[in-house]
Design a binder for this molecule. Structure first.
Ligand code: P6P
Length: 334
């Protein structure tokens, strides 16, 4: 006789439907949209997990809009995300790190109420060396008003307008972390069940950590405030001398920061005067998750979520982490 689990297994699908019940008028379209993302991430992880076992490793031989060499898995992940979201009639437009322009949906936009922006495989240059990579997503509702008839305007909204955001880390396990504005919850893919099962309920970022996460190779180019901040953390200004952890895959570096506290930052550098990370599909979803978990996310000067985007692929500096470190960083502002 199988011993019943101490706690009933709660899948992400059940969680999404439970969240939907908070909105009696909900049609279920949004829940169906989110299930498209969970399905896509299962298909992506299946390929990530077998990278090296098939002709799926290495460069696809093309460059993406960022001028970065597209990895075969980048292309696959992007195709899967577009395919699984295109068949959701509620989606009016998609924007991807891999596509220069937004992807209009074929169906009548009168039915479509949502815009989905994503990076299908962030950190993909790490794939060939078996380092964690991730998917990020950000969802907006169609804004109201005749000035929004063009779905392209749906994607250039402030991050505060996100109705959902999240990421998937393809790491030692595959975990999806998401929020619909009602706390942050983590679901780990159980291969035996083939479902994302709740593993981290109502995640809260610790008030303080003991690591900072930044690419130190560029530190001579960092603005003074950043250098003073990092020196202060190393020296023990916050009561402990910080260590450094840097994976070079934003989703993995942020996920550790969410769980353990601390700070992840990608400052302005000589190569990227406005930072390297992209506002719409890297900084915004991460910032919504961070704030929902009690953390802080800025571009070094102002709240990430308050930035009015001007372009799909615009970049931003990002400093995101626990309140204590972020208060210290902001106390050093010039
Ligand atoms: P660097 C991956 O290419 C990425 O966009 C983020 O996932 C990661 O945080 C950053 O770039 C790493 O950049 O310059 O440190 O290699």
């Amino acid at each position: 006789m199988l011993k019943s689990p101490e706690k009933p297994t709660l899948t992400i699908q059940q969680h999404i439907l439970t969240e939907q019940q908070r909105f009696p008028e909900a049609s279920g379209e949004f829940s169906f949209l989110l299930s498209g993302i969970t399905l896509a991430s299962k298909l992506i992880q299946a390929q990530v997990r077998r990278a090296g076992l098939g002709n799926i490793l290495g460069a696809a031989g093309e460059e993406n809009v960022q001028g970065e060499l597209q990895q075969k898995l980048d292309v696959y992940a992007n195709d899967v995300m577009i395919d699984k979201l295109s068949c959701r009639r509620s989606v009016g437009i998609l924007a991807s790190e891999e596509n220069e322009c937004a992807v209009m949906m074929p169906h009548d936009t009168a039915d479509a109420s949502y815009a989905v922006i994503f990076d299908p495989l962030d950190g993909s240059s790490n794939i060939d060396v078996n380092v964690s990579v991730g998917t990020t997503f950000s969802i907006f509702r169609r804004p109201v008003g005749p000035q929004y008839d063009d779905p392209n305007t749906w994607i250039l909204q402030n991050g505060t307008q996100q109705i959902a955001a999240g990421y998937v880390v393809y790491g030692s396990s595959t975990i999806m972390v998401y929020t619909v504005g009602n706390g942050v919850h983590g679901f780990t893919l159980d291969p035996a069940v083939g479902a994302f099962v709740m593993s981290h309920e109502n995640m809260k970022m610790p008030e303080q950590g003991k690591y900072y996460s930044v690419n130190e190779a560029y530190r001579d180019n960092f603005p003074t405030q950043y250098r003073t901040f990092l020196e202060g953390l190393r020296r023990g200004e916050l009561g402990t001398k910080y260590g450094s952890r840097y994976i070079g895959s934003m989703v993995a570096d942020f996920h550790r920061t969410l769980l353990r506290g601390g700070v992840f930052l990608y400052p302005p550098t000589s190569d990227h005067a406005n930072g390297k990370l992209r506002l719409l599909y890297e900084a915004n979803p991460i910032a919504m998750i961070a704030e929902q978990a009690g953390g802080v996310a800025t571009n070094g000067k102002s709240r990430i979520l308050d930035i009015k985007p001007e372009a799909i692929h615009q970049r931003t500096p990002l400093v995101v982490g626990s309140r204590k470190e972020m208060d210290y960083f902001q106390s050093l502002s010039e």
